[in-house]
Design a protein around this ligand. Structure first.
Ligand code: FES
Length: 110
């Protein structure tokens, strides 16, 4: 069995991520949102696990991401959900930034 290593792609400049709103980025058919957590930036799946609303239209308040559709609240620390239509966590990732640029993995070759 061959395990293919992901290719890391730059998806945003760190300075382009707003202080209070999610920034939507994409690699191929995959969409993510980037959110500021103090000095750090975290990436989450781009659509809500409930009915696939675009989370880029959501709001960030006190460490929680609010889905724009049915108001599910996802804790930015780990994606934990506390209310709204969703009973699933929002997929948080540990992708990272380097030298002012934010990277996400993909299996697509350039
Ligand atoms: S689509 Fe997000 S809570 Fe329903």
């Amino acid at each position: 069995m061959v395990i293919e290593e992901p290719v890391w792609r730059e998806v945003a400049k760190v300075g382009n991520v707003p202080a209070s709103d999610p920034l939507e980025v994409g690699i191929g058919h995959m969409a993510f949102i980037l959110v500021r957590l103090g000095d750090d930036i975290a990436a989450y799946q781009g659509t809500c696990p409930h009915q696939s609303a675009r989370l880029a239209g959501g709001t960030v308040i006190d460490g929680w991401l609010h889905c724009p559709q049915h108001r599910a609240m996802f804790r930015l620390l780990d994606g934990f959900v506390v209310r709204g239509g969703s009973c699933q966590r929002c997929g948080a990732t540990n992708y990272g930034s380097r030298q002012g640029r934010f990277f996400c993995p993909t299996r697509q070759r350039p």
